[in-house]
Design a protein around this ligand. Structure first.
Ligand code: M6R
Length: 615
């Protein structure tokens, strides 16, 4: 949540920071601001709303200097108005701060500082940080910014990512990470260094990055940086080379990132499978999981932890792992897991699924698992993210940068990753015959083509969206492995079009939601040819008998369904195990075109952020 960019070097800092913020806007877009040191002053420009407003403002009111920081905000404390926008200046204007996270004890600190004569100018929790730094700079730190920051952060409760700039030492930025309030990457270049909360912000400039761990501080200058613990010990951090191509993070010919990302799914699924299936040797290879056959055989259980879309992906993975590896799987929300004192030991693997690799609730569940002695794995898209680094083993989604706030290709690639994981576990545990492995890997090999054919329904979905966009409540029904697909379809619609939508197991409809059904309620049913097809037809009949407008996702060639549903969208015939991938793609398209028809901000829906780094 919130995006941070910092720059110190030979270039003009402002355009570098604005470009970085543009790439981070998906993290929050309630307000935006920059601070640049020029002459002998810190100049701040900030405003409510999006970066485009700030870009206009600095055209007429520019600032030029070689060091600066910027921030795009997802509001937690204080309304999204200019005075609450970051960066925040200290009372005497000597220090300036941008921050991700929540200062849990900010009220108490604010009272103490106010009693000492500090005058606050915002309603944010962040402002206490900069006021504390100014206080400690004169009182204990002898003007040293890093030391003042170190003293100040010791008073903060909660998780934080903070970057500080000061006119006392205007050659450096101080970056601090405490807990999981989002990452801090330090990018290195020739006579220049970058600080960012997320990799895409600085990928145009450098692919060489160092990531701060919790309770570490970086002192970043034009010609170098040093990393220390908050206890003052030097840290030798390893540089990572990040492979993303910034061009792939551009919209190209598409109107929205979400549309582009939906259409990238045949490619991203190919990349996810690539290198993991040895078709000649008839086996799946997942070396990054760091799992021996002996460990796999000793496993008793898998617990999947995730949030939002990633959680629904985990519900589909449960079908794969239970069926193919004969291991019991529980799926839990990251935000709930640590609050129920879970029973764990080293015969359980906890699998975190997270696109960003920075979701604080998922990271907390991983920590809980680590403390209780479980094996910790992650399925992650963001290379180098915390969830990738702290796991014993990981599987990359290989989806490439996902910029649209509504997750699309990360969902389908994480589902494919779990299919691969289930096959790998089945192979190591001896629960799959060579013939079974062959049949499943062929199913995977055919999937990109099926995804390509599914995307051909775009036109039909576009027309359907124009017919149903004005309804205000939708019900999504699925059964078995397609029930999580119904949940995901409903989440997509509510996120980007602000229409109320519920996902339900189809068999449960008669136990309550049926009371809602009338001629104003579209009911989206996933009625593909599988073992519950007949049951789905009965549920469609029940909904129709209450005058619902039934939209059915059906298998090509199914003519019966045309006599039952008002609208039929045909998907190619596929193995039941990959049907949810195809049905979710259809539901992504439906949500997308409904939202576009309603004129909603598809890529940056209100109140949401791509990376949820606060509890
Ligand atoms: O980065 P993560 O996969 O951990 O994110 C989890 C959720 O915040 C995320 O899936 C959210 O629900 C998306 N907005 C869904 O489109």
């Amino acid at each position: 949540m919130c995006g941070i960019v910092g720059y110190v070097g030979v270039r003009d800092a402002l355009p570098v920071i604005l470009d970085g913020l543009q790439r981070l806007e998906y993290r929050g877009y309630d307000s935006v601001g920059v601070a640049v040191f020029a002459g002998d002053t810190i100049h701040v420009r900030r405003n409510a709303g999006k970066l485009a407003n700030l870009r206009e403002r600095v055209k007429t009111d520019p600032i030029s200097g070689g060091i600066g920081i910027g921030h795009t905000r997802w509001a937690t404390h204080g309304a999204p108005v200019e005075r609450n926008a970051h960066p925040h200046l200290s009372m005497n204007g000597e220090f300036v701060v941008v921050h991700n996270g929540i200062v849990e004890n900010y009220l108490e600190l604010r009272e103490e500082l106010t009693a000492e004569g500090v005058v606050f100018r915002s309603d944010t929790d962040t402002e206490v940080i900069v006021q504390l730094i100014e206080k400690f700079a004169s009182d204990g730190a002898h003007g040293d910014v890093a030391e003042a920051t170190r003293l100040a952060v010791q008073h903060l409760r909660g998780a934080h990512a903070i970057v500080v700039m000061s006119k006392r030492q205007p050659d450096r930025l101080i970056a601090v990470r405490i807990g999981n309030a989002g990452g801090i990457a330090i990018g290195t270049g020739e006579h220049e260094h970058f600080v960012a909360s997320d990799i895409p912000a600085i990928l145009d400039y450098t692919h060489s990055m160092i990531f701060l761990e919790s309770r570490q501080m970086a002192i970043v200058r034009q010609d170098g940086f040093e990393i220390q613990t908050l206890g003052g010990q030097q840290v030798h951090a390893q540089a990572h080379t990040i492979p993303y191509d910034p061009v792939s993070a551009a919209k190209g010919e598409y109107k929205h990132f979400m549309q582009k990302e939906i259409f990238e799914q045949a490619r991203s699924i190919t990349d996810t499978i690539g290198g993991r299936v040895d078709f000649e040797g008839n086996q799946v290879v997942l070396p990054s999981l760091n799992l021996t056959a002996e460990q796999a055989q000793q496993l008793q259980r898998i617990v999947t932890v995730a949030c939002g879309t990633s959680y629904f992906s985990g519900l589909i993975g449960k079908f794969y792992i239970e069926q193919l590896a004969r291991l019991n799987v529980e799926v839990d929300y990251g935000s709930e897991y640590r609050y129920r004192d879970p029973i764990l030991d080293d015969t359980t693997a906890v699998l975190a699924i997270t696109q960003s690799g920075e979701t604080v609730d998922t990271l907390a569940a991983m920590e809980e698992a680590r403390e209780k002695g479980a094996i910790v794995w992650s399925i992650v898209n963001a290379v180098g993210s915390q969830a990738m680094r702290v796991a014993d083993g990981h599987i990359a989604m290989n989806a490439g940068p996902e910029i649209g706030v509504a997750s699309t290709k990360a969902f389908t690639t994480s589902v494919v990753d779990q299919y691969l994981l289930a096959l790998y576990l089945g192979q190591l545990r001896g629960t799959l015959s060579p013939d079974a492995i062959k049949s499943h890997t062929q199913t995977l090999a055919r999937l990109p083509d099926l995804v390509g054919r599914t995307l051909e329904i775009e036109r039909a979905i576009h027309e359907l969206a124009h017919q149903v966009y004005a309804y205000t409540n939708f019900l999504y029904l699925g059964r078995g492995i397609n029930y999580p697909a119904a949940l995901e379809g409903a989440l997509k619609l509510k996120e980007i079009s602000y229409i109320h939508a519920e996902g339900y197991p189809a068999g449960e409809m008669k136990h309550g939601p049926i009371a809602l059904i009338d001629e104003h309620m579209p009911v989206v049913t996933i009625a593909l040819k599988d073992n519950v097809y007949d049951k789905m037809l009965s549920q469609i009949e029940q909904a129709k008998a209450r005058d619902a407008i039934v939209i059915a996702l059906a298998t090509e060639g199914d003519t019966v369904i045309q006599t039952k549903a008002d609208h039929v969208i045909y998907l190619p015939e596929a193995s039941a195990l990959v049907n949810p991938v195809l049905s979710v793609i259809a539901l992504q398209l439906l949500a997308y075109y409904v939202a576009v028809r309603r004129g909603a901000d598809v890529d940056q829906p209100r109140n949401l952020a791509k990376s949820v780094t606060v509890e």
